[in-house]
Design a protein around this ligand. Structure first.
Ligand SMILES: C[S@@+](CC[C@H](N)C(=O)[O-])C[C@H]1O[C@@H](n2cnc3c(N)ncnc32)[C@H](O)[C@@H]1O
Length: 381
């Protein structure tokens, strides 16, 4: 009997997830990581390391780049770390959630002010997570209802379905899944529980959704369980809360001239990213002032016009790219002067230490100065 050749983690990771809009993301990061105005040894924080596809592309394209990759999933950290081992100390992984991006940036900062050159976020789940039936993310395979990205902690989807009341389940499905039939689905789930036949597998949940949705609605829009699975996954992993905290912290972690690039896969995520970026690119000076005072000037410049999409070719090659919305922004003023506000605080970083002003080495490049000059007098972009 012959033993099949052992697949390496490198090929495993590369085959398990195809990075979305890879070249475009690298193009958008480029001005912060290379060129006349870029630093000699730039630093990128990849908030969603996954299988390391975007990080590998960045390390290969930008010669002196160091990447610190964050992921909450220990399995992703292990596979990506093996895949990227050939880059030596140009790559480091941190197993945490991305709302700690500011702490990670502070430790990696080459400038002594807590900032780095760029931050990348490629949100959602990886194909590794979706394809691993045991993790319960997929409505196409029978599995226990887990759905945690980090299986060492937190509530599973099963625990939510076993303990939340009908109103709470309906709220989760409506808010995070934009599910029209949320009350009906929640009622069926709770009734099954009361009858001593609780939903216990992904297949059970698919059946409950099908039984709760009117026949006409079942005929359009793909698998009717898709929105319920998305909603539970977002609730289990508190994804939107993490993102709401992470986006301003990421914006406050890039130097002047540095960039934040974000790929979202559903409208709730994209709304959070868009609102934070547009707010930073808009002056808060009263409209009747004849000029925009320096301290009211926008602190961001939007690099993408609206959200960019994957073209038909990429969607055909990689169906996961179909829903992507890509946005990018450049920081124009230091976070110490113009912090992006964190939710619930009204001010940027109010409950955390603010980055100190950047030392002269990188506190402003020539193009930053040009961008900054252009931004003065401009009300919004
Ligand atoms: C779409 S995948 C990233 C794929 C990666 N760009 C690549 O090319 O291989 C998203 C990753 O983000 C991770 N993730 C999701 N939410 C997170 C959070 N709040 N904190 C840290 N990692 C998170 C997931 O575990 C997953 O591995």
């Amino acid at each position: 009997m012959t033993t099949p050749p052992r697949r390496t983690a490198m090929t495993d990771a590369a085959q398990r997830h195809v990075p979305v809009l890879l070249e475009r993301c690298l193009d958008l990061l480029g001005p912060a990581l290379e060129g006349d105005d870029a630093p000699v040894a730039p630093v990128l924080v990849d908030c969603t390391l996954g299988m390391g596809g975007h990080t590998e592309g960045a390390l290969a394209r930008f010669e002196n780049l160091t990447v610190v990759g964050i992921d909450r999933d220990p399995e992703a950290i292990a596979l990506a770390s093996e895949r990227l081992a050939r880059f030596g100390d140009r790559f480091r992984a941190v197993n945490t959630t991305y709302d700690h991006v500011d702490d990670v940036a502070r430790q990696a900062s080459p400038y002594g002010d807590g900032t780095v050159d760029a931050v990348l976020m490629d949100l959602g789940v990886s194909s590794l997570q979706l394809d691993d039936a045991e993790r319960g993310f997929s409505y196409a395979r029978t599995a226990p209802l887990d759905m945690r990205m980090d299986q060492s902690q937190g509530r599973t989807a099963q625990e939510i379905l076993d303990t939340a009341d009908e109103r709470e389940i309906a709220r989760i499905l409506r808010t995070y899944g934009e599910e029209r039939f949320a009350p009906r689905i929640a009622r069926t789930i709770v009734r099954r529980r009361e009858d001593g036949e609780p939903v216990t597998t992904t297949q059970d949940l698919v059946d409950v959704v099908r039984a709760s949705v009117p026949a006409a609605a079942r005929r359009t829009g793909g698998n009717p369980a898709k929105r319920t699975f998305q909603a539970l996954r977002i609730a289990v992993n508190a994804e939107l809360e993490a993102l709401e905290a992470a986006v301003p912290r990421a914006l406050n972690s890039v130097r002047v001239g540095g960039r934040l690039v974000v790929e979202s896969y559903q409208s709730l995520e994209d709304r959070i990213v868009k609102q934070a970026m547009v707010a930073g690119a808009t002056t808060n000076a009263p409209a009747d002032l004849p000029f925009v005072p320096e301290d009211a000037a926008p602190y961001l410049e939007l690099v993408t016009h609206g959200a960019e999409r994957a073209d038909d070719d990429e969607q055909a090659r990689n169906p996961r790219s179909a829903p992507v919305r890509l946005r990018a922004a450049t920081r124009l003023r230091p976070a110490s002067d113009a912090p992006a506000p964190e939710p619930g605080t009204g001010t940027g970083g109010a409950r955390r230490e603010r980055p100190r002003p950047a030392p002269s080495r990188r506190s402003g490049t020539r193009s930053d100065a040009r961008d900054h000059a252009r931004s003065r007098g401009r009300r919004s972009r």
